[in-house]
Design a protein around this ligand. Structure first.
Ligand SMILES: *Cc1c(COP(=O)(O)O)cnc(C)c1O
Length: 492
């Protein structure tokens, strides 16, 4: 299996290289040259999550070798997760795929628990002796999941930039209390798009990367632009389908829909990959919050990121430049790398591009949920079914309601449930109509009482940890902060 660049099909690398490098030299993203076929579902039906992960990953990352891949899977999906790695909760024909039972209580753990192991094995396989600096821009959840995943990893440093004031208090605390000698966290006075643009700029600055190399460092990425994050996300869609089959909620071969709350389009793209591999998925329902840039793109064919960014109660989706859409437009345009290149140039220069002339994918449905719809969805679901969801998942749930009422379709829908409600306790309590205590930890306790479950240890721990990372900078200063840290060693 080769991985080609979305902007130049002649540029290709091995799986190991794609993981270590993160992004192609001319700025494109790596994609598999073709989609491997999934094994017959009957053969996969009784596999554990770990076994299934191994089977799917081995279709893409052959060059890692069986032993390394097996070790990566075992190290990733161990007791960090409950026995059931991905619990599911059905309400009628809608099933929540709970992807938030990892260490940091968001779905990012599903991929970031394994990426460090894939990266280490790949670097070894390539004979790479330099130290890898993993650069991360985060809208809230990727940062902590990467810090947690990479913390203590030998030969890898991880540096995270988050928008100061643009993440929830729980998300901020999770990041700034991170331990581990190889971790660095810095807030930027800007939004997520500024952080993401800053990271991309650093990757594209040859003089800086040269200087790092002389010091024995190379850069890589843990954002969903890294193919090593995307592929592990395919696993849970296959797993979810198989569970529905086992529980006889669907029949063999029956097509279901998937609904995913979206920011960078990574999670929903993984569902698209699963479908291309032969999983019987029909429609992909793309759910956005007030930052409805993808809703508009799928209805009008024009991507327009030139608009104000709203800070919502689903901060991990407060994004205007959706990185993984590049992979989707590449695949869905019959791999027209030139058109992708032109679109991305236009996006860089004008924050927009026109995709109207390309064939539309009729299986994509896109909806948005504003803040009122989010609160109402949380409240309704709790009052009617006693089930509590976080605001990101609520965006998806609202999209499902809109889809059903618009189409009258009652087919089974798998909803990607992306964060634990405990990460957003205040918002959840408020939506339900509960009084919201000033103190976030008190809110967490109130929520635990309401849900009749204990406070997750990952949240409890934060109370006792010291805030270790206090750096803040302007978006233009990100490179300077890294210089201080890695080239001159003057940061704390
Ligand atoms: C990152 C994130 C999303 C958006 O996922 P993308 O892959 O960027 O589309 C949704 N919900 C939560 C809780 C997240 O952390």
């Amino acid at each position: 299996m080769k991985f080609v660049s979305t902007r130049d099909k002649k540029t290709w690398v091995s799986g190991q290289q794609a993981i270590v490098q993160g992004i192609s030299e001319e700025g494109g993203l790596f994609v598999p040259e073709c989609f491997p076929r999934l094994m017959p579902l009957g053969e996969l039906l009784n596999l554990s999550y770990q076994e299934l992960a191994y089977e799917i990953l081995s279709l893409y990352f052959e060059d890692l070798g069986e032993t390394s891949l097996q070790m990566a899977v075992d190290a990733a999906y161990d007791e960090k997760f409950p026995t059931e790695v991905v619990p599911m909760h059905s309400i009628g024909n809608s099933t929540f795929l709970e992807l938030f039972h990892g260490r940091t209580l968001a779905f990012k753990d599903m991929a970031l628990s394994i990426l460090p192991h894939l990266m280490k094995a790949s670097a070894e396989g390539l004979g790479e002796e330099r130290e890898i600096i993993v650069l991360v821009a985060t809208s809230g959840d990727t940062g902590k999941a990467a810090l947690e995943g990479f913390s203590g990893a030998k030969g890898i440093e991880v540096s995270v930039f988050y928008p100061d004031g643009g993440v929830s208090e729980m998300q901020r605390l999770q990041m700034v209390t991170t331990q581990g000698e190889n971790t660095y966290v810095c807030g930027i006075r800007g939004n997520f798009d500024d952080a993401q643009t800053g990271v991309k700029k650093i990757f594209a600055d040859p003089s800086f990367t040269q200087e790092l190399m002389q010091k024995g460092y190379i850069l890589s990425s843990a954002n969903s632009i890294n193919i090593g994050r995307l592929i592990p996300q395919i696993v849970y869609y296959v797993y979810g389908y198989l569970q529905l089959l086992k529980e006889e909620k669907i029949k063999g071969g029956e097509k279901i829909h998937v609904c995913v709350p979206t920011g960078n389009f990574g999670n929903v793209l993984a569902a698209y990959y699963a479908k291309e591999m032969g999983l019987p998925l029909d429609r992909l329902i793309v759910a956005s919050n007030d930052n409805r840039v993808l809703t508009d793109f799928f209805s009008e064919g024009i991507y327009d990121g030139d608009r104000p960014l709203y800070l919502t109660s689903s901060p991990s989706m407060d994004i205007l430049i959706s990185s993984n859409l590049e992979r989707f437009i590449y695949h869905s345009s019959n791999e027209d790398a030139q058109a992708v290149m032109d679109a991305m140039d236009s996006l860089k220069q004008n924050r927009r591009f026109d995709w109207q002339s390309q064939i539309k994918d009729p299986s994509i449905y896109a909806y948005m949920a504003d803040e009122v719809a989010v609160s109402e969805s949380i409240r309704e679901l709790y009052l009617e079914h006693g089930y509590v969801m976080d605001p990101h998942t609520a965006v998806a749930y609202s999209a499902v309601q809109q889809y059903r009422s618009e189409t009258g379709d009652s087919a089974q829908i798998l909803i990607a449930s992306t964060a634990s409600p405990f990460k957003f306790a205040g918002k959840v309590l408020k939506s339900i109509g509960h009084e919201v205590p000033q103190d976030e930890f008190k809110a967490v306790e109130d929520l635990a009482q309401l849900m009749e479950i204990p406070v997750p240890t990952a949240v409890q721990e934060l109370l006792e940890l010291e805030e270790r990372h206090r750096d803040l900078c302007q978006p233009e200063e990100m490179e300077e902060m890294l210089c201080k840290k890695y080239l001159r060693g003057t940061n704390d």
